[in-house]
Design a protein around this ligand. Structure first.
Ligand code: PCA
Length: 156
């Protein structure tokens, strides 16, 4: 089992959420919501308006997202789906838990006493330098006021 922090198109209500719900890919269980402890630049870039968390802790904003626990099968599916390690890399991130629906009672399932959790996140260190200067978001929504709706893979 692994814990993954989801900030982009895989979130509830976003264009790729369905892959987390598809049992053919493995298992994913929603545990709660949080925000990264460190700020990161979350930008929307490229011709398909893809959200990217740039691996530049200390720049940008604290990013909101959803915490899932996934099994090994879903983790490998997501690595493949996210083009890991060429496009995104799966990296550790510390998250402040804001809402918790996960199981209580076992230490490995619960936030630390400081209210933070270590998760994996799909971030990238392989981006064009000018992406750092794009607007920094703190909560991704494909249909947000930025006017850059995600172009789903099936349309490319
Ligand atoms: N999918 C992953 C990384 C960015 C994206 O669109 C996510 O939702 O966290």
């Amino acid at each position: 089992m692994a814990r993954v922090f989801i900030y982009g198109t895989l979130k509830r209500g976003q264009p790729n959420h369905k892959v987390l719900l598809d049992g053919a890919n493995g298992r994913a269980a929603f545990q709660g919501r949080g925000r990264t402890v460190e700020p990161y630049p979350l930008v929307i870039a490229g011709e398909h308006n893809i959200p990217w968390l740039l691996n530049l802790p200390g720049q940008g904003r604290r990013v909101a997202g959803e915490i899932y626990v996934v099994d090994e099968q879903m983790l490998s599916f997501l690595d493949e789906f996210e083009g890991c390690p060429d496009m995104y890399q799966r990296t550790p991130v510390r998250v402040t838990v804001l809402e918790w629906e996960g199981r209580q009672g076992t230490p490995e399932e619960m936030p630390a006493t400081d209210g933070t959790l270590q998760c994996f996140v799909y971030s990238t260190a392989s981006y064009a330098p000018e992406w750092v200067r794009l607007p920094h978001h703190d909560s991704y929504d494909s249909r947000g006021e930025h006017g850059l709706p995600y172009n789903p893979r099936e349309n490319r």
